[in-house]
Design a protein around this ligand. Structure first.
Ligand SMILES: Nc1ncnc2c1ncn2[C@@H]1O[C@H](COP(=O)(O)OP(=O)(O)O)[C@@H](O)[C@H]1O
Ligand SMILES: [Mg+2]
Length: 306
């Protein structure tokens, strides 16, 4: 007797009819690769601090943080990633140690340890650094409640670190947990720019107004320099009408913020972290890496124009 699953084992027509589109795709990738390698990215005159936030989980915050940081570092910028998610996925993807006993962002935020004591260089690129998260950070949300200046702790530590660094950093990316709690508030207070990754899915815009109203509360009460500068559409699948519709909707609402670059759904992107790598070093010329490099280039150029 056949197993019930085998009955549905037919070839997907979208996969069997791929020869002409494939040739086109290869030509397109070659063109994009050439365009990228022809450009030199400008460096910002002062450090740009981004908080990568969206209270939804699984929308691509960590993937975006790691790959934009890697793409900018690959282009010669000095980049720091602050992992503010107790899961420590950004630390893993950057190949940085984050066992429970590793000095981490937890010690900085809760125990007032200097950030210089926890930052590690990522083996990915010479100019890429990471302040790792450990599992202790899971308790920080509650421990923070009773601390003095509980919203400003990351800001104070980061300012001091940036001031005292022998060589200036060009970019800082803070990877947030999927919530709008005190850790994320610390990230908003420490940053000047918010980068929101939005997944090209039906419920993409759900929760966005709550996120934006929280950001404007922070702007009014805690950090007047904060602005949503960048929106990046992730996990885009050009074959679906839905993805194209979502992109069109978001562009209509946020014409200035949404980057032209779209991040495709890509196996390379999702498998890179299991090798402790960004997709930039894992497969530099894959479509996922090219898209993140294009997004990084736009961010670099926009920063100079602002
Ligand atoms: N463009 C993409 N293509 C394929 N998989 C992706 C892509 N972006 C993210 N993923 C995968 O989706 C999952 C959630 O992404 P992640 O960056 O961890 O989201 P978040 O940090 O918002 O929770 C991860 O398993 C990641 O590898
Ligand atoms: Mg994450």
């Amino acid at each position: 007797m056949k197993h019930p699953d085998e009955a549905t084992d037919v070839v997907d027509p979208a996969l069997s009819d791929d020869s002409a589109p494939l040739a086109r795709e290869i030509a397109d990738l070659t063109r994009r690769r050439r365009a990228l390698s022809a450009q030199v990215l400008p460096l910002p005159p002062t450090t740009r601090v981004f908080t990568v936030a969206n209270q939804k989980g699984g929308v691509g915050k960590t993937t975006t943080t790691v790959n934009l940081a890697a793409a900018l570092a690959a282009s010669g910028a000095r980049v720091l990633v602050i992992d503010l998610d107790p899961q420590g996925n950004a630390s893993t993807a950057l190949g940085v140690e984050h066992r429970a006993e590793t000095p981490s962002v937890y010690d900085v935020i809760i125990n007032d340890e200097p950030m210089a004591g926890v930052v590690q260089r990522s083996p990915e690129f010479e100019t890429l650094y990471c302040a790792p998260a450990t599992i202790h950070l899971a308790g920080a949300e509650i421990e923070l409640v009773s601390l003095v200046a509980r919203e400003q702790r990351l800001h104070t530590a980061l300012e001091k670190y940036l001031e005292e660094s022998a060589e200036p950093f060009h970019y800082v990316f803070i990877d947030c947990p999927p919530s709008l709690g005190l850790l994320t508030i610390n990230a908003f207070v420490a940053a000047t720019e918010v980068l929101i990754p939005i997944q090209c899915e039906y419920y993409a815009l759900e929760g966005l107004s709550q996120l934006l109203s929280n950001i404007s509360l922070i702007e009014r009460h805690l950090n007047p320099n904060l602005a949503v500068s960048t929106i990046l559409m992730t996990m885009y699948d050009s074959r679906t009408n839905l993805a194209n519709q979502v992109v069109a909707d978001v562009r209509e609402h946020f014409p200035r913020e949404v980057l032209d670059a779209l991040i495709p759904r890509s196996v390379r992107i999702s498998e890179a972290p299991s090798y402790g790598q960004s997709v930039i070093s894992y497969d530099m010329n894959s479509t996922g890496a090219l898209s993140y490099r294009e997004a990084a280039a736009e961010i670099a150029h926009r920063g100079v124009q602002h």
